[in-house]
Ligand binder design. Sequence first.
Ligand SMILES: C[S@@+](CC[C@H](N)C(=O)[O-])C[C@H]1O[C@@H](n2cnc3c(N)ncnc32)[C@H](O)[C@@H]1O
Length: 435
Amino acid sequence: MRNGGRISAAISVLTDVLQRHQPVKIAVRDWGKRARYAGSKDRAWVSGLVLDALRRRNSTAHHMGHDDPRALVFGTLRFAWDWPARDIEQACYDDHGPTPLTNAERDALIMAPDPTAPIHVQGDFPEWLTPHMERVFGPDTVVEAQAMAVRADVDLRVNTLKSDAEKAALPLKSVRAVPSKLLTNAYNIPARDPTEREDSIEGIPAFSKGWVEVQDAGSQIAAAAANAKPGEQVLDYCAGGGGKTLALAAQMQGTGQIYAYDIDGKRLSALVPRLKRSGAHNVQLVHPSEGTSLEPLVGQMDLVFVDAPCTGTGTWRRKPDSKWRVKPAQLAKRMEDQRQILAEAANYVKPGGRLLYATCSFLIEEDEDRVAEFLAADTRFREGDAAEAAIASGLLTDHGAAVVRKFRGPTGSVRLTPRRAGTDGFFFALLNREA
Ligand SMILES: C[S@@+](CC[C@H](N)C(=O)[O-])C[C@H]1O[C@@H](n2cnc3c(N)ncnc32)[C@H](O)[C@@H]1O
């Protein structure tokens, strides 16, 4: 396809996303079905442009003077992809290209950025989140937010039940993975330009053999802070698709017992093939639809991992459409869920055991506030040093250790962000139950 046709496609896909509230993946897939002439490179190009337009929606709309899909696509090409204005102009004359630029669009494309724009525009986040963002990041709000408006790397965790970092090195060369700077048993694939073909990780034998799992480095570090030991009794209370369960199983070297529970049985079912591939034999699913009860586990667990449902603000780089969907009512609902889940999950921790609370949100309302409220209500628990716990797992490199120490808060919890650590936004706190 010529660029003009691809630009028209991006405008149409972005329209579906913004006006029909379709997820990007579905909107691109539906377009791909209609456009049989489009190849995989075209789909990657269109999807990359739409995702970048969503990542920088506010600043691009401010530049262009409009928030409609056409303005966002042209503005993204000019200001995020650095296309000269004349190349955009020319692409409009390709077959199936968009209608030619208007004078107003032409003028907007040659305008310099406005340094006086409000911070939610410069940082590309929803305006209502401004006080929440400033509460976390203070004067760094814009730079922190801008680091969330770029493409994300892909991180791989080497599954030590089946392989090791050295053994995995050779097969991972084919996907251009390099050793992680933060973790000893992990690799990193730097974010690709959307005009390049993506290598499929799922397509390589090392993945199907269970040697590696896709898992963001922030998520791996949060799991490391649980520091699960061989032989322990562990409850993964919000196990979902099992990213943390699998990391904990590897830490435990296949011994002891992990109970994986989630209120949503469908999500839990997704864990079954992942478990098979990983070779973890010490995981028992506690499926809500099977009427299995957690009751016998009360007061018995060495470790309870709570990967709480949250607004997911830490994943904006990967899911930029979710950035514009988060609303005050959703935040309030999540805070209520977190309150209830923490209070309930704590009952399974045995005396002397620990609870690891994690979210992929950087909002204090979902993080420190929830931990402080929990500790005030349940005086059996004290907050520990989550950074030192992560380091004690032996899974962090020297650089990873320095990063978690640097971003440890005054109470011992850790907040990682794309700017601070190059990871997704992650928060984790260690809550120790008195013996
Ligand atoms: C952040 S996701 C978990 C991701 C998962 N741990 C992983 O690493 O792939 C949060 C999970 O909490 C579950 N959840 C929500 N409310 C819950 C509740 N009251 N009890 C248990 N799980 C709950 C959701 O279904 C969702 O799967």
